[in-house]
Design a binder for this molecule. Structure first.
Ligand SMILES: NC(=O)c1ccc[n+]([C@@H]2O[C@H](COP(=O)([O-])OP(=O)(O)OC[C@H]3O[C@@H](n4cnc5c(N)ncnc54)[C@H](O)[C@@H]3O)[C@@H](O)[C@H]2O)c1
Length: 251
């Protein structure tokens, strides 16, 4: 029997490429959807999240959807966050439901707990009240909320993953310069293994919010216990595992 199809949106991006690499290495059947072609997958759909038909075509036959495509940080709300992170989210949720997929994994962010993290030193739990940093994080809180609404209304399992910092090209030195950021580091390898578990591990709950970071150096900023309990996943790496030294060492 051929493996069940997993759709990865944002598959050409920083996290997307790490996820695709891990899924393909594990023999999963992967389809990518991105506005640019996705390296490393047999099936690469090129389309925009704002095009509902393109998203629906990409989701056809998918058993699980990993939704990563988004504007990945603060940007103009009307021209970036609204189309990509709200309207695109709507189309992905609808396409997932119409495809009859059983599992949806939504990329959220540790920025939903930004202000607590600035003010406390305990490991923040997923059930603490969110304090979103700004529009981008507030849109991720919205995604978590409607993710729960879909799971309860339509009976699929939705896992919202509050990711640490997997630096995009050029951000590595920013992480290197900040102690707290190293604690939030999410290596590409841990990201890939996390999303594989989130898409495939048998779970009993319909909806969950979990954190994903690599191992901390100074302080555990987020509580990874619920992630381990739900998915059997724990990070293996620690800053700067998985990054080429020239990317984070000062020039
Ligand atoms: N990298 C991190 O540290 C981090 C941390 C927390 C959360 N996240 C979340 O993880 C996800 C992936 O982030 P990333 O760092 O890989 O970002 P990225 O910019 O490297 O990748 C995003 C991908 O999505 C695609 N995309 C964006 N808008 C699209 C649209 N309208 N239609 C089709 N494709 C579109 C882009 O082309 C890109 O390939 C995002 O949802 C982001 O919010 C990332």
């Amino acid at each position: 029997m051929s493996p069940a199809l997993i759709l990865v949106t944002g598959s050409a991006g920083r996290v997307g490429q790490a996820v695709v690499k891990e899924l393909v290495a594990r023999g999963e059947r992967v389809r990518g959807l991105d506005r640019v072609p996705t390296p490393g997958v047999a099936e690469s759909h090129v389309g925009n999240l704002t095009d509902a038909d393109a998203v629906r075509r990409a989701a056809e036959g998918a058993r699980a959807v990993i939704h990563l495509a988004a504007t990945p940080d603060d940007a103009d709300f009307m021209s970036e966050i609204l189309p990509n992170n709200i309207i695109g989210l709507h189309h992905v949720l609808e396409a997932t439901r119409l495809a009859g997929a059983k599992r949806l994994v939504l990329a959220s962010t540790g920025q939903v707990n930004w202000w607590q993290r600035e003010r406390t030193e305990h490991a923040i739990r997923p059930d603490e009240l969110p304090t979103p940093r700004y529009w981008y994080a507030a849109a991720k809180v919205f995604a978590e909320g409607i993710g729960q609404g879909y799971s309860e209304t339509h009976g699929l399992t939705v896992i919202a993953a509050r990711l640490g910092w997997c630096p995009r090209s050029g951000q590595e030195r920013e992480v290197a310069a900040l102690d707290w950021a190293k604690d939030l580091y999410l290596s590409p390898g841990d990201a890939g293994r996390f999303f594989h578990a989130a898409a495939t591990a048998p779970v009993k709950v319909r909806f969950a919010v979990v954190y994903a970071t690599s191992r901390h150096i100074l302080l555990p900023r987020f509580d990874l216990g619920p992630t381990r309990q739900l998915l059997g996943w724990s990070p293996q790496d620690q800053w700067p595992d998985g990054l080429p030294p020239e990317s984070y060492q000062s020039a």
